[in-house]
Design a protein around this ligand. Structure first.
Ligand SMILES: [Mg+2]
Length: 314
């Protein structure tokens, strides 16, 4: 079976994640002395090279679920299986899961509905929904924007329910949709800014909600200095950092390595960046060595085959 954009996107996420895992929470100035250039093992989480983390595991849970259609309860059940039974882990170890995600998954296990399991506090800001949302692109790609937003919101809210976490997911998928439809990156950037700004202007979401995405909608993020791009765990910052790394580079490796070497939340920044870069440059553009060394490579490939088929992409 031929590879599709699904393969680029999902391998893109997992390899970015695995590149970042060994140096998660290391500061940028420290990484500048000894930058990451390859998949390496151990260090921060003491895992062998090629080990992906929660970002990819939860991405694969969503992808698996979408192979059978859209069912929020099924997505939630797979998240529970991941956290409590190590389903879709790289090597049987669950690590790096954020507090908001852990609390939501525990609620799901205890029978709370996926519509109520997430954190709806205005202050909820983490990137735990952004890091796992990309497979949804292939389900929503043919819908009208209102429905794309609504489905994205539902899937995001399983764990993170605030505007400052939902809107980065929405922007990410809208930008990815532009890439999937064949736009060159600058055109995709401009078109997404317009599409999302118009949608938000015509929606009942408040101005405060719209301000969440201001740097991406009304500025050219590529004009910023890299020092002004922050890579801590807030979703609004992660999507900006991922867009910066994607827009500033011209191939998969450079994009994800730039993201990792920005430090702090390295795995998630590189997972989000890698999803875009893998989708845009394609599966074959990801170094073969990395595609082979990523844990569960064959099973990820099989999952991509199945999701492609389910989404009519073959
Ligand atoms: Mg992680």
């Amino acid at each position: 079976m031929k590879v599709t954009p699904v393969h680029g996107a999902l391998f893109g996420v997992a390899i970015g994640d695995a590149l970042g895992v060994p140096v998660e929470m290391i500061k940028r100035d420290v990484l500048a002395q000894d930058p990451v250039r390859d998949l390496v093992g151990y260090k921060q989480h003491n895992q062998p090279a090629g080990t992906f983390s929660d970002d990819s595991s939860l991405t694969f849970c969503l992808a698996e679920s979408l192979c059978n259609g859209y069912d929020l309860h099924d997505v939630g059940e797979r998240f529970v299986k991941y956290f409590f039974e190590a389903y879709w882990t790289a090597g049987g170890v669950v690590f790096g899961v954020g507090k908001t995600t852990e609390i939501a998954i525990t609620k799901l296990r205890d029978g709370v509905s996926p519509a109520d399991s997430g954190n709806y506090d205005e202050g909820c800001s983490g990137n735990g929904s952004l890091m796992r949302i990309l497979p949804l692109l292939f389900y929503v790609m043919d819908f009208e924007i209102e429905k794309r937003y609504e489905i994205t919101r539902e899937v995001a809210c399983i764990t993170h329910g605030s505007m400052q976490t939902i809107l980065p997911c929405f922007y990410y998928l809208e930008f990815a949709l532009e890439l999937l439809q064949g736009s060159q990156k600058q055109m995709a950037y401009d078109n997404t800014a317009k599409t999302v700004a118009d949608f938000l202007a015509g929606s009942s979401l408040g101005e405060q909600a719209r301000n969440v995405l201001t740097p991406l909608l009304f500025e050219d993020i590529t004009k910023r200095s890299s020092a002004s791009i922050l890579t801590t765990h807030q979703a609004v910052l992660t999507i900006q950092a991922a867009m910066y790394c994607f827009m500033q580079t011209d191939n998969y490796s450079d994009a994800v390595l730039m993201a990792v070497n920005m430090g702090d939340d390295t795995d998630t920044t590189a997972a989000v960046t890698g999803g875009l870069a893998g989708l845009y440059y394609g599966f074959e553009s990801i170094p073969e060595k990395w595609r082979k060394e990523i844990k569960r490579s064959n099973e990820i490939h099989d999952l991509c085959d199945r999701l492609s088929k389910a989404m009519g992409l073959t």
